[in-house]
Structures are given as structure tokens and as C-alpha cells.
Ligand binder design. Structure first.
Ligand SMILES: [Zn+2]
Length: 202
């Protein structure tokens, strides 16, 4: 018998043809459909659904009650808070079904991004690297990298370090008070990380 190098709780349902990476843990009552690909060292909490053809990177943490529908892609190190919601159809109608792979509108969550509890992401957007979506926000357009967005609809209201701490800019520069990473503003909605930690550059 093949020895699994990932963990699946006995109440979870993993359909044939799903691919799951080493060290990943899948908890109670979760369902992973055929054709889904989940990377290494991920955690899927209780009652998580992963649809067919969804790709999930490495070290992704998905809290309880999240459905990752077809059309959604999660890169490495993404965090999805409890009960956050994705959609994958712009104009759902029960009487006019739009439920084939061609109907699904793509959503991309890039490396390191966090989405807070109960937030909703309307399909068709890209959430940038290390962006931070506040709890309860409703995301209706792209979220630039390292930004903090909140509210309904979600608006830019700050900046987040890779470590998750809010960044405070003095002029064009900011340094994280927790980890020391440094950033520079390059535009109204654009910052870049500069230098390493404590290397004296920037
Ligand atoms: Zn930091």
C-alpha cells in the first residue's frame, strides 16, 4: 500500500485524481475535488472545499469554512481567514445557469497575501503579493501588492509589511517596526521593498 506523506482526517473527502503535496494537513469535513492541486505544507481547516482544477501553492493556510471555487488560484504563502468567500460567476441566475469552466471568471491571489475573516472577493480580481485584506472587506477590484484594504467596497487605507505589520511612511520611506524590512514609495499605490533586513541600505 502506498504511504501518504500528507495528512487527511478520516471525515474529509479527497476525490480520486486530486494531487496533494508533502506535509499538507486536511481537517474535518473538508472536500477536495478531482483535478485540484494542493502544494506542500498547506493547512486546510474544517469544512474547506477545493473545486476541480484549482491550483494552490505551498504553505497556504486556509481557515475553517472556506470554499475555493474553480477559477481561483492561490500562490505560495497565502492566508485565507475563517469563512471568507470567493465567487466565480459575475452574473449568477438560477434560471440561466452559467456553470461550466468557460463561465468561470478567474481570481488570482498572489504570494504572501492575507484575506481576513468573512471578507468577500468578487471574481475577476488579482490580489497582489503580501497585500492584506481586512476582515469583512468586499474586494471588487485589483488590490496592489503590500496594500492594506478595508471596507465595502474595499479601499486602500494603508500598507502592510511582508510580516503583516502595518507600515508607516515618513516621506517616501518606511521601515517595519517589527522586522526591519524597508520600503520605498514609487507611486500613489505602489511601494517596493528595498534592501535586506538591517543591511544599512536604502
Ligand atoms: Zn515587518
Amino acid at each position: 500500500m502506498e504511504r501518504k506523506d500528507y495528512f487527511v482526517h478520516e471525515s474529509a473527502c479527497i476525490d480520486a485524481g486530486a494531487r496533494i503535496g508533502k506535509g499538507t494537513r486536511i481537517w474535518h469535513f473538508s472536500h477536495v475535488m478531482s483535478g485540484a492541486e494542493i502544494g506542500e505544507n498547506c493547512t486546510l481547516g474544517q469544512n474547506v472545499f477545493v473545486a476541480s482544477n484549482v491550483k494552490i501553492g505551498n504553505n497556504v493556510k486556509i481557515q475553517n469554512n472556506v470554499s475555493v471555487y474553480e477559477g481561483v488560484t492561490l500562490e505560495d504563502d497565502v492566508f485565507l481567514g475563517p469563512s471568507m468567500v470567493f465567487t466565480n460567476i459575475k452574473t449568477p441566475r438560477a434560471a440561466y445557469p452559467r456553470n461550466t469552466s468557460d463561465d468561470y471568471v478567474r481570481t488570482l491571489v498572489k504570494r504572501g497575501a492575507s484575506i481576513g475573516a468573512n471578507a468577500t472577493v468578487i471574481c475577476g480580481v488579482t490580489i497582489g503579493e503580501w497585500a492584506f485584506v481586512a476582515a469583512g472587506a468586499v474586494v471588487t477590484r485589483d488590490v496592489p501588492p503590500y496594500t492594506l484594504v478595508a471596507g465595502v467596497p474595499a479601499r486602500l487605507c494603508g500598507w502592510a509589511c511582508e510580516c503583516g505589520r502595518p507600515l508607516r511612511f515618513e516621506g517616501r520611506r518606511a521601515a517595519c517596526i517589527e522586522c526591519g524590512k524597508r520600503y520605498e514609495k514609487r507611486g500613489k499605490k505602489t511601494i517596493v521593498r528595498i534592501g535586506g533586513v538591517g543591511d544599512g541600505s536604502g
